[in-house]
Design a protein around this ligand. Structure first.
Ligand code: BGC
Length: 333
């Protein structure tokens, strides 16, 4: 029997199997490479710009509105806004978030610059090519490109003018300020002092800080009102301060006679205004700050002219205009 053809068939079969395997593995490699390519290719559905906005207190209506305004821009522009901050005021944590944003090389940063300890990181970001804007509290000595927010000195002046008007220029005043270290509170107090100084009948007898907590606002107000029986008016420069002052006045049964003014129309502040325990509230524009900050950042990145300072409006709410204020809010919601 001739065995040659059998060898031939075996070899041929092996060759076919080998070709089959080669083809199979070639296909597998191709599929895998495609998968890898897909994974590393930029996702064209991602927004072009990634901005970070870092605020003071996420668990606060004022900052909720800043965030809401900023996030609304995502519907209109090609941006992703990462909105971050500590839940309660914590400057150390804010600085850490700033540092992380620099490390992750975001396209732009919008930062509340509470005090001079924020300057080195703002400057580092700018030196590394990340555009920076400040919001709510400015750091004019830093390399930030622009500021959006209340003119905090003017807001203090406004509070002073309202006090003069409401007390007919006759008052002995105690001040509770959010923090002695934070620029915006310093400016609010300064603006207030400079305004009332011009009036003979008004004197400031004590200034204390609440450390941005309602508990400390109440403690400090309680001590102040106990030690200075002559105080007839109190002003708080942060949004919790009015609530603390009112609580202390209630304990000391002074709420009837004491004039109280505070910042920001938190729901609780509005209720206290309606019951007459608060007399005036300084209102700021957090929603606008958030929204416009992103538009300004886009303008900066695209090389358009941007005003270095964009001051949003500050105004006074009193019981006498609370109804029209509520109507306007309802309309703008
Ligand atoms: C201030 C913010 C602050 C907020 C909550 C506002 O009056 O402008 O800087 O974070 O109150 O304390």
């Amino acid at each position: 029997m001739n065995r040659k053809p059998i060898h031939y068939y075996v070899l041929l079969s092996l060759l076919i199997v080998a070709i089959g395997f080669s083809f199979y593995y070639y296909q597998q490699v191709q599929t895998y490479e495609h998968r890898i390519d897909d994974e590393i290719a930029p996702d064209s559905s991602l927004p072009t710009y990634h901005f970070v906005l870092i605020g003071e207190e996420m668990n606060h209506d004022y900052w909720r509105l800043v965030g809401e305004g900023a996030k609304q821009t995502e519907e209109r522009y090609d941006v992703f806004v990462e909105y971050k901050g500590p839940s309660r005021s914590n400057p150390e944590e804010q600085l850490k978030l700033l540092d992380m944003a620099i490390k992750s090389k975001v396209d732009g940063m919008i930062v509340q610059a509470l005090n001079e300890s924020f300057t080195p990181l703002i400057n580092q970001a700018v030196n590394e090519g990340i555009p920076v804007m400040t919001i709510d509290t400015d750091s004019p000595e830093s390399l930030r490109a622009a500021y959006i927010g209340t003119d905090n000195y003017v807001a203090g002046q406004l509070a002073g003018e309202a006090l003069i008007e409401d007390t007919n220029g006759q008052a002995t005043v105690g001040i509770i300020t959010g923090s002695f270290d934070n620029t915006h509170h310093q400016l609010r107090v300064q603006g207030f002092k400079d305004t009332i100084e011009k009036v003979d009948g008004i004197d400031i007898v004590a200034v204390e800080e609440s450390n941005i907590t309602r508990v400390e606002a109440e403690e400090k107000a309680y001590t102040m009102l106990s030690e200075h029986d002559e105080i007839t008016a109190m002003i708080g420069t942060s949004s919790w301060d009015g609530i603390g002052i009112v609580a202390a006045a209630q304990t000391l049964q002074k709420q009837e006679s004491l004039y109280v003014m505070t910042f920001d129309p938190l729901e609780e502040n509005i209720q206290l205004l309606e019951t007459g325990e608060l007399d005036a509230i300084v209102e700021q524009q957090p929603l606008e700050m958030g929204y416009r900050s992103i538009e300004m950042m886009l303008d900066l990145i695209q090389g358009d002219v941007v005003d270095e300072i964009y001051h949003t409006n500050a105004s006074i709410i009193r019981r006498s205009n609370i109804d029209s204020w509520k109507r306007e809010k309802g309309e703008s919601l």
